[in-house]
Design a protein around this ligand. Structure first.
Ligand SMILES: NC(=O)C1=CN([C@@H]2O[C@H](COP(=O)(O)OP(=O)(O)OC[C@H]3O[C@@H](n4cnc5c(N)ncnc54)[C@H](OP(=O)(O)O)[C@@H]3O)[C@@H](O)[C@H]2O)C=CC1
Ligand SMILES: O=C(O)C1=N[C@H](C(=O)O)C[C@H](O)C1
Length: 235
């Protein structure tokens, strides 16, 4: 930070959550950020789907950008986010790590090159407290695969008999337990060979650093819907 620049004031919508605390710790170590008790320059929301309307309302009313890091949303949330993005800058990121942003590009490319002859399965593992499944990251990686291949229904849960995978489907499996910060494996399963693209989050600090990079990107941005890809391309 140049000495003539003011720190970016971050307002944490859910300061007492695991991610809220991790972001506060990361911000305390970086003099270009300040945790603000009011609306600040950028609002950061890592909370729960039920809180989305309130966090967007706070950001729109204050006229400040918001980073939405929460996962587990339904279609109504998509509309709420799109509506808010007409008035303020909204960055939606189910995963704020640099590695996952790159993984998403790699998955899209692999799906494009390999085509529908290769089955795609996405396996994720998270800590015992995680409330949503599949993870937001897994679903976003599924979307990346679908973009690359230009097809693919999502098979989100399998339990029972007569459940042969649908041709061309993109399947999901979720593991829960312990303190796992976030593992994602995208499996491309072909005839006699398989390609696995993987990411391992070793702790929440990677998400917190990414959230601060996203906040820096959002500061002063005009209304619109942004993603971590925009953050990386601007860096
Ligand atoms: N984008 C990314 O890179 C990442 C995203 N996440 C996502 O972020 C979210 C939070 O994760 P995590 O911090 O581990 O979860 P926690 O359960 O630790 O924290 C959630 C926080 O949200 C608050 N909260 C819950 N419901 C509401 C509500 N209706 N109104 C206001 N506040 C509310 C809780 O407050 P209280 O304690 O008072 O209940 C708590 O402080 C999840 O959706 C998770 O998947 C997580 C890690 C990385
Ligand atoms: O709840 C978590 O912890 C995480 N949630 C995000 C998700 O659902 O993808 C990101 C990360 O994997 C950690």
């Amino acid at each position: 930070m140049r000495t003539d620049q003011q720190p970016i004031r971050i307002s944490l919508f859910a300061p007492n959550g695991r991610m809220g605390k991790a972001i506060a710790t990361a911000a305390e170590q970086d003099p270009s950020f300040l945790i603000s008790q009011d609306h600040g320059d950028v609002i950061i929301d890592f909370s729960a789907p039920a809180a989305l309307a309130a966090s967007l309302d706070r950001a729109v009313t204050a006229g400040v950008p918001i980073l939405v890091g929460t996962t587990g949303f339904d279609d109504l949330a998509d509309k709420r986010i799109a509506d808010a993005a007409k008035e303020i800058a909204v960055l939606r990121a189910p995963n704020t790590s640099l590695g996952v942003a790159l993984l998403s590009d790699l998955v899209e490319r692999a799906a494009r090159v390999l085509g529908t002859d290769w089955d795609i399965e996405i396996v994720e593992a998270h800590h015992r407290h995680k409330a949503d499944a599949p993870s937001g990251t897994a679903l976003a990686l599924g979307e990346a695969a679908r973009r690359g291949r230009q097809s693919g229904d999502f098979e989100r849960a399998r339990d029972g008999t007569g459940l042969k995978r649908q041709e061309g489907a993109i399947g999901f499996a979720a593991v829960r337990g312990g303190t796992v910060a976030g593992d994602h494996d995208v499996l491309f399963l072909g005839s006699d060979e398989r390609l696995v693209l993987s990411h391992r989050a070793e702790n929440r600090a990677i998400f917190a650093r990414g959230a601060l990079a996203a906040a820096r990107f959002l500061h002063g941005k005009p209304a619109g819907l942004y993603t971590m890809r925009d953050v990386i391309e601007a860096a």
